[in-house]
Design a protein around this ligand. Structure first.
Ligand SMILES: C[S@@+](CC[C@H](N)C(=O)[O-])C[C@H]1O[C@@H](n2cnc3c(N)ncnc32)[C@H](O)[C@@H]1O
Length: 237
């Protein structure tokens, strides 16, 4: 993929453009499986009495809200994103759920997080890291702000799927998905970037090595749904 496609300004405006239809499109395009992937990732967070978790690239806050549903009553989440359009939708959903006292939604770039070292019990990012040109810098930041022993969790599409599934999946991703995306979002070309960003992102082993280079320890991963997505979990030293 042309690296300019991941120009942060382009990514920011692309997500703001599709924000109004983002949740609906996620469900349609993933046939509803996206919720299961997020649940799996959220389940990798440690169980603690009163944790504060960081949800990076929170978008419309689905992961932040899933954390609140699945963790103790004293759990708090800070959700950050750099797309104003996505943050607006996220804030609306948090307000509708009456959770403004437990989910704090803020503007921030994953490559330059505005938090002190050791501020959070763990950090998580879902479907965000593949959009970040300097993704190792992002991983380093996600580790820096987490306390020793905490987890850094990444849910992302991977470029390596089950061999028998690869051809139909590629057809779906490159032909069907951009068409449906364009029709539902009403934005021409908005979903052109998605297939290449999904298919060209590193395979799970390569990504594991990137996490290790970013200083994370005991990195392991789980492949989900025939390798469409993977959840990587690293520990902060
Ligand atoms: C596909 S959405 C995922 C949103 C949400 N995590 C989810 O599970 O639905 C990707 C999000 O990453 C955000 N993003 C991309 N690059 C970012 C960066 N450098 N810093 C912060 N957010 C970023 C986008 O604005 C967008 O909201």
């Amino acid at each position: 993929m042309d690296n300019s496609a991941k120009d942060p300004a382009k990514i920011q405006s692309m997500f703001s453009t599709i924000a109004h239809r983002y949740d609906f499109l996620n469900k349609v395009l993933s046939l509803g499986v996206d919720r299961y992937w997020r649940k799996f990732a959220v389940n990798q967070l440690p169980t603690l009495e009163s944790p504060v978790f960081l949800d990076v690239a929170t978008g419309t806050c689905d992961v932040a809200l899933e954390i609140i549903r699945r963790h103790s009553r004293n759990t708090k989440v800070v959700g950050v994103d750099f797309s104003e359009g996505m943050l607006k939708r996220g804030k609306e959903k948090v307000k509708q759920a009456g959770l403004e006292n437990r989910v704090d939604v803020q503007f921030a770039d994953v490559t330059d997080l505005p938090f002190d070292d050791n501020s959070f019990d763990s950090s998580i990012i879902a479907f965000g890291i593949r959009n970040v040109r300097e993704y190792e810098k992002g991983l380093r930041e996600m580790g820096r702000v987490v306390k020793s022993g905490g987890k850094v969790i990444i849910l992302e599409f991977t470029s390596i799927q089950h061999p028998l599934f690869r051809a139909p999946y590629k057809f779906y991703i490159t032909k069907v998905l951009p068409f449906i995306g364009e029709v539902i979002s009403g934005k021409k070309g908005a979903y052109k970037y998605l297939p290449s960003s999904m298919l060209e992102f590193p395979g799970p082993d390569e990504f594991k090595q990137a996490m290790e280079r970013a200083g994370l320890k005991n990195v392991r991963y789980h492949r989900l749904s025939l390798g469409i997505t993977a959840v990587h979990v690293g520990t902060v030293e």
